[in-house]
Structures are given as C-alpha cells and as structure tokens.
Design a protein around this ligand. Structure first.
Ligand SMILES: *Cc1c(COP(=O)(O)O)cnc(C)c1O
Length: 454
C-alpha cells in the first residue's frame, strides 16, 4: 500500500507540474491541477458542454459467477436454513467473517438493525436505561434501542467529521446511561479513543455501529473489534452485501453466546429455550451471496481507498469544499459514502441545492444525504406519550429529554453543508472517473459567479 501511495504522489506531481504554469498565470485561486481544456467554458446547466457524459459508473451490488454459482449450489443442496447443518453457508460465512475480522466470534443476523437490537438485548439494556448515539445515521441505529424500550439519547456532531462529538456525549451521560453506540458514519471511524476512555471511567458498554464500516481501520484495529461488540450490515447498498443481512463481532464468549440465544427466539445452542428473544436468523441464500462476494471484497476495499485518497488529495484544495474530517489513526475507510462539506461563502453565497444541480448537469451526482437528524423525526413525541416510557422514566427526565434533544451542528450539516457521493460502486472506477468528479467540482467553482442563474 505504501508503494501505491508513492506512485500516486509522483503521478499527482506530474499532473500538477504540467498544468501548473498555465493555470497559475490565469488565476491565483484556481487549484493548480485544473484541467483547463475541460474546465473552460460554460456550465452545462447553462448550455455548455458537460465534463462527463455517456459514461456509466461501476454498478453495485457486485455480481460475478462466484456469487451466482454459490446461490445455485445452495438452492440445489436443499439446505436453506442455518439450523439444518453446521456446515451450511451461514456457519461457514460466520467463520470466515470472524477470521477476516481477527475476532473470536461472528454471529450472522437478518440485518444490521437486528444485529444492533440483539446486542442491546444481550447486554440486558431495557426500559429505564439510556444509550447515547448519533442523530445522523440510519434509522436502524435508534430502532435497535427503541425495540428494547430503552431511551436513545442523541448527541450532537463534530460538524466536519459528522461523527458524534465526544464532549457532547460525555455531557449527556447520567446514572441511567448503560452504553454508548458510536456510529462510524460514511464508513470512517468515530473517535473511539475517547469513547473507550469514557467506557472505563463510567463503566459503560460500547456497541460499535459499524454497519457502514467494513474493513475500516482505526489506530491499527479493524472497526467493530474495538468496543464490546461491533455490528455490521450487508444490506444491498453496503460495501459487502446480500440484499438484507447483518451480524455481530465480539470476543466475549458469554456475551456472544447470549447473542445467539436471543437472535434464535431465545433458544440456546444447547437446545433449551432460555430467554425472551425475536427470530433474527440469517438464511442460507443470504450467506451464499456473501460467501461468493467475500474472497474479492478486500481487493475492492483497496481500490476504494486508493480512489478516496486521490479524490481527497485534489478536492481539499478547492475553496469551499472540505472532504470529511478524519481522526488521527484513521488509516483505511470502507468508503461506503464519499462525503464533503459545502461552504456557500466560497460559492458566491449560492445554496447547496444549486451547486448540486449544476454539478449534476456536468455528469456528477451528489446527494444532500440525510434530510433531518433523527432528533427531528416524529418518533420522539410518540415514545414520550407511551405508557412504558412514562412508567420507566421520571417526568423530570422526560421533560429534560425533550428540552435537550437538540443538535445544532447536525442541523447545519443536514440543511446546508453535506455533499455525498454513493461510493460502493463509483469508487471502484478508474482514475479518469475520479478526475471527472474533480474537474466537475472545479468547473462549478470557477463558474461560481454564474451559479445563481442555474
Ligand atoms: C445500514 C445501516 C444500519 C441498518 O442496517 P440494516 O441492515 O439496513 O438494518 C444501521 N446503522 C447504519 C449506520 C447503517 O448505515
């Protein structure tokens, strides 16, 4: 990987050197790498030539003959459910995923949400308890806490990493707090160092929501293996996917055994029905797809990382565009999503929606991603009116919960700043594909004085 990085640096240097002289003469503010033949000219949204047209992006989810053969094999085997065989696709996938993670155990489930809920239940978290997590995430994150009738307490974001802010998390810890559920949003690491310190200091559990973060590395460790457990999703859009699927990694024998029992309608590996629990088993077809995809997953992971590094090295110099802030020790991401913050001050004060529209006309589609933080969704009022919450939490606590359910940084990220590229497929593209993204953004920047006409 180091060698790749060096090559990339040399290539970047050559590109910059050849374009540099002309560009520097044209303007101080245009980044030195701009490909001026492509970027010159009118915005496509105003009738000019688009930077990119007639080219598709690599498609997602990944399908190849191994995936298809694996599903056919399972179909013909008539082993369609994990309890039919100890050597079926689900137990085999569990073994391989645990090996890949360097963890003792991996339990497959029917989704990431199911994985998270199983973990919450296995830790004995329920009515009266609180779990601190992010408002800027998939609804499955809080669904796992609500399903246990515990209280999801939402902490505000670090505005430029989009991860929960450790200081705000610490402020929200109280005597009911049982766990922190950091979400590794975009597949890049949350500030795990701080959360692990808090876990020790306040005696809390850590459930990593690594649903977007397959194979990502923080301070030399794979995400999902740092906390007490880590939960993954294999839903279609994720970087390892089978339609709907998920799972839990962990090293604690007793806790992981309890996860199995809970996810198997309370029936343990010993065949006794011991606990209340839903039925969350992964089926053999889902694991068949995953087994077909797994051998080449790392190769795709490395390609995404190479492309992400290249994109970041160029995009960081465009005024008003800041790639996702990464914490120290974030050496590999899953790059499920490639994200940036938009600062309209550098774009003639034109709103994000016009920027996105202009960029789309150039052939590059970015999304504003999550429209509202979860603190702004209607479930909040709903649960506060429910009997179980009114019985299990004091009126003062519920009032305080409502009053403090505010996340201003999350609001500004949602409303004005987030720019997101679905990256599972696109980041598998060529360097030329990445250059199209860079050139399109640069072209829109150069035409910022005309953006209000878009
Ligand atoms: C996808 C996702 C989930 C939920 O996973 P499902 O498999 O869709 O249930 C939870 N958290 C995050 C951060 C996710 O991206």
């Amino acid at each position: 990987m180091n060698r790749n990085q060096n090559n990339l640096t040399r290539r970047q240097f050559l590109t910059a050197a050849s374009a540099g002289a002309v560009v520097a003469a044209a303007s101080q503010t245009i980044p030195a790498y701009a490909d001026i033949t492509k970027n010159a000219g009118k915005l496509a949204a105003l009738g000019g030539q688009p930077v990119r047209s007639g080219k598709g992006w690599p498609r997602w989810p990944h399908v190849d003959d191994d995936v298809v053969d694996s599903v056919v094999k399972t179909t013909k085997s008539r082993i369609w459910c994990r309890i039919q065989s100890k050597t079926g696709t689900v137990p085999t996938f569990e073994k391989k995923y645990a090996e890949m993670m360097g963890a003792k155990h991996f339990l497959a489930t029917g989704s990431g949400t199911q994985a998270l809920h199983t973990a919450v239940e296995a830790m004995g978290i329920g009515p009266g308890d609180e779990v601190i997590t992010s408002p800027y995430t998939d609804p499955g994150t809080i669904a796992s806490i609500l399903a246990a009738r515990a209280l999801p307490v939402l902490a505000d974001l670090d505005r430029y990493s989009y991860q929960i802010d450790p200081d705000d998390v610490e402020r929200r810890i109280n005597e009911n707090t049982k766990a922190i559920m950091p979400v590794h949003i975009m597949g890049n690491p949350a500030h795990m160092e701080r959360f692990m310190q808090m876990a020790r200091k306040y005696n809390l559990k850590i459930i990593e929501d690594a649903c977007q973060a397959h194979l990502a590395v923080y301070q030399g460790r794979l995400l999902g293996t740092i906390g007490d457990v880590g939960c993954f999703s294999f839903q279609s859009s994720k970087v390892i996917s089978c339609g709907e699927g998920g799972g839990i990694v962990g090293n604690n024998d007793e806790l992981m055994d309890k996860c199995y029992t809970i996810h198997n309608h309370g029936t343990s590996r010993r065949g006794r029905t011991e606990l209340p629990g839903p039925k969350y088993r992964m089926n053999e077809f889902e694991a068949a797809v995953l087994l077909g995809q797994l051998p080449t997953a790392r190769q795709r992971h490395e390609r995404r990382n190479e492309n992400a590094r290249y994109l970041t090295s160029k995009i960081k110099d465009i005024p008003g565009i800041s790639p996702q802030k990464l914490y120290e020790g974030s050496t590999e991401g899953s790059w499920y999503l490639y994200t940036m913050s938009y600062d309209k001050k550098h774009f003639n004060n034109v709103s994000r929606s016009k920027f996105i529209k202009a960029l789309s006309a150039e052939g590059v589609d970015l999304s504003p991603y999550i429209k509202n933080g979860l603190h702004k969704e209607p479930w909040v009022d709903h649960i506060l009116n429910q009997k179980v919450y009114q019985k299990m939490y004091s009126p003062q606590r519920l009032q305080q919960y409502r009053d403090e359910n505010q996340c201003p940084n999350c609001d500004i990220v949602c409303r004005e700043e987030m720019l997101m590229l679905w990256a599972s497929g696109p980041l598998l593209g060529t360097k030329e594909d990445m250059d199209d993204i860079i050139n399109a953004i640069t072209k829109v920047y150069e035409n910022r004085d005309k953006l209000d006409q878009v």
